[in-house]
Structure formats: structure tokens, C-alpha cells
Design a protein around this ligand. Structure first.
Ligand code: GDP
Length: 211
């Protein structure tokens, strides 16, 4: 197994992400889930965490993940095809406030069925706003993923909003917190879609599922 963070590997990942990325489909009901063998990586996070901005920055497209914000698609699971080799899957942002015991608002049964029964799903990237850290409903999602044994990794967004010393602190705090979560990848990735930082390492992680 290659090291997804080795420079030669990152270089290949960068080339891979130059391929075209297009909207494939939006799914509202379980039976619509596409029957494909392509590996999938999933992006999840609270509304406004910076998910669309990060997906757009990753694939070098300005408006791709806007699809997920068009009326009628906000509650859908949106699939994007990258170079006919990978699906990037954008889950609806979950809410700020209302969280029920077993579900988080905006997260419906279709999403739970998808997450629990998808062999080609390689990893969920759980986006956390650097300024806020892991909050109550993020914690619920993490527990849900632990229970379903779905591998996930924390990506900190909007890291540019913090000073350098604060950046290191939030990475360490978040990393420390993960020891309680068996399905969490131990490495936390700080990113900024605005400053385009941290993208190469994230691309490397994603490319490892294709290479
Ligand atoms: P989504 O609802 O999770 O898809 O979030 P958006 O991508 O729409 O971003 C929400 C807000 O955060 C917007 O005002 C973005 O301009 C802002 N934002 C997103 N990413 C960054 C970032 O890396 N740095 C900064 N400073 N702002 C960001």
C-alpha cells in the first residue's frame, strides 16, 4: 500500500484531479442509488461548513457543487463523476439545531441506508469548521459512523480564519478527541478552500482509493 502523503503519490493525485468532474445524479430515494462499481468518497458536514467550496476547490471548478444548492436538490445525495474513475458524493448539510435521538435533521432514511450498505464507499470526509470544532450533531454523526463501521476522516475547513498558533491547537485538540471514535482515521486534515491550502493532502487520500 502506498503512502497517500508521499510526494510522488501527491503528484499523481494532482494529475488525477485535473481530469474532468461532472454532475452524475441526485438521489432522493434508496431505489435510485446508482448501481456502479466506482469507488466513492463522501463529503458530509453541517450546513455552511464550507462543503461546496471545498469540493469545488478540490476539482478546480467554480460552481460544480452548487448543484447541491439548487432548489429540489438540497435534500438529495449528489453524485459527481471524476474522470470516470471515482464518485465524489455530496450529502445534504445537516442542521444546526434539531437533532433527534437516532437521526440528525435533514438526514433521512435514504442517507442512512446509503451509508450502511455501500461496499464501494471508501471513506466519509466529515467536515468541521475550524472555528467551532466538533459540535453536538457532528458527534452524533461520528457515533453513527462508528456503529455502522464506516471509515471516516475529519477535515477542518476555513483554517485561514485562524492564526497559525490557533490552527495547530485545533488540529491537536481534534486529533486527541478522535481516540474515542474507533472508525475515525487518526489524521486530521486542515484545509482552506479560500486559500487553496491542505488540498493536496486531501487529494492524496482520495486518490489512494483509485490508484
Ligand atoms: P456549505 O453550505 O457547507 O456548502 O458551505 P459553503 O461552501 O457554501 O460556504 C459557506 C460560507 O463559508 C460561504 O460564505 C463561503 O464563502 C465561506 N467559506 C467556505 N470555505 C471557506 C474558506 O476556506 N475560508 C473562508 N474564509 N471562508 C470560507
Amino acid at each position: 500500500m502506498m503512502d497517500p502523503q508521499a510526494p510522488e503519490f501527491i503528484e499523481k493525485a494532482e494529475q488525477f484531479f485535473c481530469r474532468s468532474c461532472d454532475f452524475f445524479m441526485g438521489v432522493a430515494k434508496t431505489h435510485q442509488l446508482p448501481d456502479t462499481r466506482l469507488p466513492e468518497v463522501v463529503f458530509a458536514g453541517r450546513s455552511n461548513v464550507g462543503k461546496s467550496s471545498l469540493i469545488n476547490a478540490l476539482v478546480n471548478r467554480k460552481n460544480l457543487a452548487r448543484t447541491s444548492k439548487t432548489p429540489g436538490r438540497t435534500q438529495e445525495i449528489n453524485f459527481f463523476n471524476l474522470g470516470n474513475s471515482l464518485h465524489i458524493v455530496d450529502l445534504p448539510g445537516y442542521g444546526y439545531a434539531q437533532v433527534s435521538k437516532s437521526k440528525t435533521s435533514n438526514w433521512n432514511d435514504t442517507i442512512l441506508v446509503y451509508l450502511k450498505g455501500r461496499p464501494q464507499l471508501k471513506r466519509v470526509f466529515l467536515l468541521i469548521d475550524s472555528r467551532h470544532g466538533i459540535m453536538g450533531n457532528d458527534e452524533k454523526i461520528m457515533t453513527l459512523l462508528d456503529t455502522a463501521a464506516v471509515s471516516y476522516q475529519i477535515v477542518l475547513t476555513k483554517i485561514d480564519k485562524l492564526k497559525k498558533s490557533e490552527q495547530d491547537a485545533v488540529v491537536h485538540q481534534t486529533q486527541h478527541y478522535l481516540s474515542k471514535h474507533p472508525a475515525a482515521h487518526p489524521c486530521v486534515l486542515p484545509t482552506s478552500a479560500e486559500k487553496k491550502s491542505g488540498l493536496s493532502l486531501l487529494r492524496g487520500e482520495i486518490f489512494s482509493f483509485v490508484a
